[in-house]
Design a protein around this ligand. Structure first.
Ligand code: CTP
Ligand code: MG
Length: 227
């Protein structure tokens, strides 16, 4: 298998404010992590590396094996770090030797369609570039300076970044080895290293569960369309 998907699920979910780490909060009878992995295992076969909080390694393994079915042999669970970037780095350390294409995905984007995952992986393989799924920006965005509006920003030049973000293995590993600042997304890490990054179509369903309102939206979606 030449593709790996690193699912980062080691965050605490401060903005969600639930009792458990965010990935282990229930959407319906299944957690955010379980829903995310459901999409991952419906995409084409890949090594699946779940990066979980140290305190939840056993729980992450249980959830992953339940969702994996016959793909259980391709599941790896590792402990995360204090920032998203450190958690990604921990996941990258567990790549199988034969993997050539690496996708990095937020567990918090629990309802990401499998087609988006396949589109990102295919585009990495076809181009050798980094690949970012995006949505058009719908809001009017302003640049601010203190209490003042400094400038209008042309919306047509903007895109909202989602995950999974995909890369050729070597380029991603090199970029992570040389990263100087802490980024919240991986295309920023490889762009700093000079790798071109392409856009492909993301999905409205790939929204990140960040706040209680986002969780309510996810609950509403799975109630209407169980998966
Ligand atoms: N993440 C991680 N390790 C960290 C921080 C974040 O694996 N140290 C993961 C989260 O689990 C999540 C993804 O990165 O799937 C995106 O991060 P975010 O939505 O910010 O999640 P949290 O950091 O958990 O939430 P918050 O910022 O509100 O605390
Ligand atoms: Mg965070």
């Amino acid at each position: 298998i030449d593709t790996a998907i690193v699912v980062v699920a080691a965050g605490s979910g401060t903005r969600l404010g639930a009792a458990a780490p965010k990935a282990f909060v229930e959407v319906d009878d299944a957690s955010i992590l379980a829903h995310c992995l459901r999409g991952v295992f419906r995409a084409r076969p890949a090594q699946v590396i779940v990066v979980a909080p140290e305190s939840h390694l056993d729980e992450a393994r249980r959830v992953a094996l339940a969702e994996a079915g016959s793909a259980a042999g391709r599941v790896t669970i590792v402990a995360g770090g204090s920032t998203r970037q450190r958690s990604v780095a921990a996941g990258l350390a567990a790549l199988d030797p034969e993997v050539a294409t690496v996708l990095v995905h937020d567990a918090a984007r629990a309802l990401t369609p499998p087609e988006v995952i396949d589109r990102v992986a295919d585009t990495v393989r076809a181009t050798g570039h980094g690949v970012l799924p995006v949505l058009d920006v719908v809001d009017t965005i302003k640049r601010t300076e203190g209490d003042f509006i400094a400038a209008s920003v042309d919306r047509s030049e903007l895109a909202a970044a989602q995950t999974p973000q995909g890369f050729p293995r070597r380029a991603l590993l090199d970029a992570y080895e040389n990263a100087t600042t802490d980024f919240t997304d991986d295309t920023a890490v490889v762009a700093e290293a000079g790798l071109p990054v392409r856009r492909v179509a993301g999905s409205e369903d790939s929204f990140k569960i960040t706040t209680p309102a986002d969780l309510a939206r996810a609950r509403d979606l799975v109630r209407r369309a169980p998966r």
